[in-house]
Design a protein around this ligand. Structure first.
Ligand code: 3PG
Ligand code: CO
Length: 555
């Protein structure tokens, strides 16, 4: 029968302290002026690269290597950390939703049946991120869901749109809204009362994560549910065009708005008897709004009204909390993650990041499962992120504090694995501020240095890698790789992730002589890291894990 017991590694010893560092948004690309990692002073990461090919290599971090539909899909932190922690490649939310829609199974499932119960007398509300970024949601899936829902009896539909500019170019939200409006008008021609009802920028409205700032979710609640917002417009295209003119506004950071009728009345508040679907497939930025929509007991903000609705997520977002309880598509069944195995095999684990990435090294790492496997064996430390700022004004973020916690955990010798996420390259890269991203990359490099120094002191091992690219390329390029210019001759800033591979480096005084990267897994990706880390803890990985990246050469 099944056993959690891992076989001993034939050569590698147990008991070493292993630091696992994930640099968020740190890919490998050509050195040029838009590669902030190259431009920044990063002596630590540069010196690790000198260890190639035996102690440094690249791994795939995008597309099919991490369970996304195609190799045109850039990597992201959910799929990246899932792969790192689970050691296997799962078809991820984006792909599972594609399949469920293509086969029509989405309309036969329990979740859709549940929301359909409201179609006769209530309104169907769809809330989510409006773009083709493919990280949290996809416009084409929303379009198909709208069509399918109306074919399955939805007579009144309201869409609540969160503008992107973070997984796609800034300024593209207007086009996405025009596409959506066109679809809605076609539905209206068929007699469906379909409109956009409210919206706002994803970083200000609804899509907070890891309980960083409940005010963001409250803004969304007020706009989507109560029909209240500081800005009122007759059309969403007009809303986005006007709001983008506000100082410092862009697609990511638009204030909340509601769409009103000719009498100034909100066209689509959520009321008793309505159905609500949050159409993002990705979990982290939907958990908070899901709690507000689902939990009877809720004290994070005053909801004013708590309508009796049938609510379903596109996916179930939290496997431990079973949240939401209704969903249209079953999430990937990520089980037997490396974290759970290691805890069962006596590995004491410490994990840390700051709030905006805390769930990445805990929740995502553990297969979208909140909490500990065994609190006696694990300690997860969250450093509060600064709130209410864009991280280009604070590009060092909490890198130093995270490294300090990791250092202390290593020097305490209380843990076998000390795992951190360093957010800088990603969070500052997403702002599109090149100067700030250069500062961010240096801060992350300094943090790595602190952790390597601690590993040196305890005779430990380090594994330094990343979850996907971002800071290594800050400009949109054509197929030939040349920077693209906008109408005014300025370069088009790339705020999103990339399809580049990421580095992985191993080393430290505890690394047995004779360990090196093998040459026979050239296509290796993030999912190969879990087996590698298990080996460094002195265990063989389970047989269904992706193969280890390392080999042991007897001298
Ligand atoms: C976000 O949610 O901030 C971005 O869409 C993706 O960034 P992440 O995958 O690095 O978290
Ligand atoms: Co990111």
């Amino acid at each position: 029968g099944f056993s959690w017991k891992l076989a001993d590694h034939p050569k590698l010893p147990k008991g070493k302290i292993v630091a696992v560092v994930v640099l968020d948004g740190w890919g490998e690309a050509n050195p040029n002026q838009y590669n902030c990692i190259h431009v920044a002073d990063t002596p630590t990461m540069d010196s690790l690269k000198q260890g190639a090919p035996e102690k440094w290599r690249l791994v795939r971090a995008h597309g099919t290597a991490v369970g996304l539909p195609t190799d045109d899909d850039m990597g992201n932190s959910e799929v990246g950390h899932n792969a790192l922690g689970a050691g296997r490649i799962y078809a991820q939310g984006a792909k599972l939703v594609d399949l469920a829609i293509a086969s029509g199974k989405i309309y036969e499932g329990e979740g859709f049946k549940y929301i359909k119960e409201c179609f006769e007398t209530g309104t169907l509300h769809l809330i989510g991120l409006l773009s083709d970024g493919g990280v949290h949601s996809r416009l084409d899936q929303l379009q198909l869901l709208l069509k399918g829902s109306s074919e399955h009896g939805a007579k009144r539909i309201r869409v609540h749109v969160l503008t992107d500019g973070r997984d796609v170019l800034d300024g593209t939200s207007v086009g996405f809204i025009e596409t959506l409006e066109n679809d809605l008008s076609k539905l209206r021609e068929k007699g469906v009362d379909a409109q956009i009802a409210s919206g706002g920028g994803r970083m200000y409205v609804t899509m907070d994560r890891y309980e960083n700032d409940w005010d963001v979710v409250k803004c969304g609640w007020d706009a989507h549910v109560l029909g209240e917002a500081p800005y009122k417009f007759r059309s969403a295209v007009e809303a986005v065009k006007k709001l983008r003119e506000l100082p410092n506004a862009n697609d990511q950071y638009l204030p909340p708005f509601v769409i009103v009728d000719e009498n100034g009345k909100a066209v689509g508040p959520i009321v008793d008897g309505d159905a609500v679907v949050t159409f993002n497939f990705r979990a982290d930025r939907m958990v908070m709004i899901a709690k507000a929509l689902e939990y009877e007991d809720f004290d994070k903000f005053d909801r004013v009204r708590f309508p009796k609705i049938h609510y379903a997520g596109m996916l179930q977002y939290d496997g431990e909390l079973k949240l939401p309880s209704h969903y249209l598509v079953s999430p990937p069944e990520i089980e037997r993650t490396s974290g759970e195995y290691l805890v069962h095999n006596g590995i004491r684990t410490f994990a840390c990041s700051e709030t905006v990435k805390f769930g990445h090294v805990t929740f995502f790492w553990n297969g979208n499962r909140s909490g500990y496997f065994n609190p006696e064996m694990e300690e997860y430390v969250e450093i509060p992120s600064d709130i209410g700022i864009t991280f280009n004004v604070q590009p060092k973020m909490k890198a130093f504090e995270i490294a300090e916690k990791a250092r202390d955990a290593i020097l305490s010798r209380k843990f076998h694995q000390v795992r951190v996420n360093l957010p800088n390259g990603d969070m500052v890269g997403h702002t599109g501020d090149i100067e700030a991203t250069i500062v961010a990359c240096k801060a992350a490099d300094d943090a790595v240095k602190m952790i390597l120094d601690a590993i040196e002191q305890v005779g430990g091992i380090y594994v330094i890698t990343a979850d996907h690219g971002n800071a290594e390329d800050m400009v949109k390029r054509n197929k030939k790789g040349e920077p693209l210019l906008d109408k005014n001759g300025n370069i088009q800033i790339l705020t999103s992730h990339t399809v580049h591979p990421v580095p992985i480096a191993i080393g430290g005084p505890g690394l047995a002589a004779g360990v090196r990267f093998r040459k026979d897994v050239p296509e290796g990706g993030l999912a190969n890291v879990a087996a590698t880390v298990m080996n460094l803890h002195g265990f063989e990985a389970p047989s269904d894990y992706e193969p280890t990246l390392i080999e042991f050469i007897d001298n």
